[in-house]
Design a protein around this ligand. Structure first.
Ligand code: DOR
Ligand code: ZN
Length: 353
């Protein structure tokens, strides 16, 4: 008989953009409804580069939870620092000692939203920080795309593997590395075969859609994110990786809210908003692959295991009941279009225990 319900350990989101200010207050509730913890990206303006800044940002998140009446939900923001050419060993040591900073994020300068202060030359300029991260077991979270405008936008991840991932791994064999939001078969292969502590997060959009989604009957900005959606062969490789038994692939939504009008414009922002319905979307992928039994490992076990954190104690239940994704949701003065807006999904989230 077809499986009707799925009860799993409460999942965590290992890659999330929460923003700050009113945007933070508008989106935080969606993540709390789906996840117990989240790795919170530091690409604010200005970026979160020190433990002191991460502490202030964390306080702001806790205040946003309180303002939404969510303080008793046990949600835990896992903070990150934004790596720059000037990150010092002392910055990393402070991060290693902090109870709430769990990783450092690498944005190659110019790669994506708010990455102007990003790293210009990882292996040339960040040796001190990388050595300290390796020494203290602080994971490096990598936006793995070259920013060279001569490289085709669809090839930037594959080229990054050759130019950066291989030499990085050779130089820092014990460094914990998460290749964030992988999008290609080359990314899957790299992570599967790499030496040392290596893992990857995978988003719902890269598991569900290929690049045709961006161009179906016209240009569809709500499918535009970075790294950009790739060919079907890559999507299939990602589904295989996520639903495999490898402990290296786990859930990270990369949910990245941008107001509707800032995506639907001549130069629209990159990012898909999936915090509203991430588990429903991921469940579709595992169901379609005939691998619902592996969903819990992907969503709830492998992430904490890699980060050296305890698995959650509570559970959530998904039911095979239709969930109609709204066309848009409120976002301060504006609105936000969720991933798969207007579609009816086969799974819905039932309760938190
Ligand atoms: O699509 C994206 N949006 N990719 C990123 O790397 C950043 C994110 C954002 O912050 O909007
Ligand atoms: Zn991201």
């Amino acid at each position: 008989m077809t499986q009707q319900t799925l009860t799993i350990t409460t999942p965590d989101d290992w890659h999330l953009h929460l923003r700050d200010g009113d945007a933070l207050k508008a989106v935080i509730g969606d993540t709390v409804n789906q996840f117990r913890r989240a790795i919170v990206m530091p690409n604010l303006r200005p970026p979160v580069t020190t433990v002191a800044m991460a502490a202030r940002y964390r306080d702001e998140i806790l205040q946003a939870l309180a303002a939404n009446g969510l303080s008793d939900r046990g949600f835990e923001p896992l903070m990150t620092l934004y790596l720059t050419d000037n990150t010092t060993a002392a910055d990393i040591e402070a991060a290693a000692q902090s109870p709430f900073v769990h990783a450092v994020k690498l944005y190659p300068a110019g790669a994506t939203t708010n990455s102007d202060s990003g790293v210009t030359d990882l292996l040339g300029r960040c040796q001190v920080a990388l050595a300290a991260m390796q020494r203290h077991g602080v994971p490096l979270l990598i936006h793995g795309e070259v920013t060279d405008s001569h490289v085709d936008v669809f090839d930037r991840e594959a080229v990054f593997i050759d130019r950066v991932m291989h030499p990085l791994r050779k130089t820092y064999p014990e460094l914990k590395v998460v290749f964030e939001h992988i999008t290609t078969k080359e990314g899957v292969q790299y992570v599967r075969d790499a030496d040392g502590p290596t893992a990857a997060t995978i988003t719902p959009q890269h598991l569900l859609y290929n690049r045709n989604a961006i161009f179906t009957g016209g240009i569809r900005p709500h499918f535009y994110c970075l790294p950009i959606l790739k060919r079907e062969v890559h999507r299939q490789a990602l589904v295989e990786a996520a639903t495999s038994e490898s402990p290296r692939f786990f859930l990270g939504t990369d949910s990245a809210p941008h107001a509707k009008h800032l995506k639907e414009m001549a130069c629209g922002c990159a990012g898909c908003y999936s915090a509203l319905n991430a588990l429903e979307l991921y469940a579709m992928v595992f169901d379609a692959a005939g691998q619902l039994g592996r969903f819990e490992a992907f969503a709830s076990h492998r992430g904490p295991d890699f980060y050296g954190l305890p698995r959650n104690q509570s559970t959530i239940t998904l039911k095979r009941e239709p969930f109609k994704v709204p066309e848009y949701i409120a976002f301060g003065e504006s609105t936000l279009v969720p991933l798969a807006a207007g579609e009816t999904l086969p799974w819905s989230l039932s309760h938190h225990a």
